[in-house]
Design a protein around this ligand. Sequence first.
Ligand SMILES: NC(=O)c1ccc[n+]([C@@H]2O[C@H](COP(=O)([O-])OP(=O)(O)OC[C@H]3O[C@@H](n4cnc5c(N)ncnc54)[C@H](OP(=O)(O)O)[C@@H]3O)[C@@H](O)[C@H]2O)c1
Length: 354
Amino acid sequence: MAPVSEQDNNNNKKALVVVVGATGNQGGSVARRFLQDPRYAVRGLTRDPASAAAQELAALGAEMVRADLDDVKSLEAAFAGANIIFSATNYWEPFFRPDCRARAQQLGVTCRRYAYDVEYAQGKNIADAAATVVDSLATNGFLASTLSHAGKCSGGRFKDLYHFDAKADVFPDYVAATHPRLAAKMSCIQTGFFTTSHRILPESYFQKLPDGTFEMRFPCSPDKPIPHLDVNHDTGPFVYAVAQMPPGKHYMAGEYRTWAEFVKAWADLTGATVKYRQVSFDEMVADTADRDCGIEVALMFEYSSDPGYDGAMDVLKAEDLRKAGIDCPMLTLEEALARQDWTPILNKPVYKSS
Ligand SMILES: NC(=O)c1ccc[n+]([C@@H]2O[C@H](COP(=O)([O-])OP(=O)(O)OC[C@H]3O[C@@H](n4cnc5c(N)ncnc54)[C@H](OP(=O)(O)O)[C@@H]3O)[C@@H](O)[C@H]2O)c1
């Protein structure tokens, strides 16, 4: 089945894929995958078309246009004529940016809550702008990167796992409540743990002990299968495959493997000795340089243990796409780990808690 039908594609014209976050990990992978198919033209959104990442995509053939997720009018203009929109939002930029931290303090809210408000508002802007071009969208033309709703999926146990709920409150909830015609053309794509996330949590992933061995320490069961995703390599092929499905379904991009399997794969690859230790919420917070980040991620690890990273939702995976006859090539966890240079981690100094 062609990703966009001839009717959707207006016969001989290339179908236009508009990618939010094209200069980032998820969007960059999606833009690159669609650029490989001559039936598509790709328009990438960025705040700075002159940036190196934007220029790189332009050199590959993408039309790079300026748009700001805080400015719905700029999104409406950027979405004009879209047959497919890929949407991704970034909780962590307003979470870490010093000016946003200062603003959160002025408002008397935590940076965690502040980043929720920004991500929610940006997601809402994307949905509102996409609704203005709903007629040109393909039958499955609104592909939204999201996560499970921790509050709902945990029966209210997790009230403030903000970087999950900021996404799920919009994709699908706000879209379904506000823009039913857009909702009818939407697929919700949850993304697994990025296999590169050790870069943002160096002590929890690979803490170097005085004897030179390593310890991975999360408040998550070692035996709970968790989806792992090579975000740069595999988001594009997964989203491209989803575009060939009918709308209205929920997906998980990533291979379900336990943390016990993760450490074994890493040890086999690097020759290092590493063990997994399930720690408490407080221990993870203490291990994380930024306290608020520690709280947000420790909540995520607890949630991913029970009820599960996907909230125990019924999600379609790469193997389900393949069963539907759609090609969906994805790396195994071992292959994803093998793509990275682990030398800096193997050579890092022994951890000293402050
Ligand atoms: N780390 C993990 O394991 C993991 C797992 C699942 C989900 N996630 C989620 O993944 C998201 C981050 O995705 P990513 O890694 O693809 O992000 P990324 O690589 O940091 O890229 C962010 C993208 O968003 C664009 N952007 C940000 N603010 C914008 C604005 N105001 N207007 C227009 N564009 C804007 C940036 O474009 P310009 O800078 O060019 O404007 C850039 O293309 C987070 O929300 C996180 O919760 C992470």
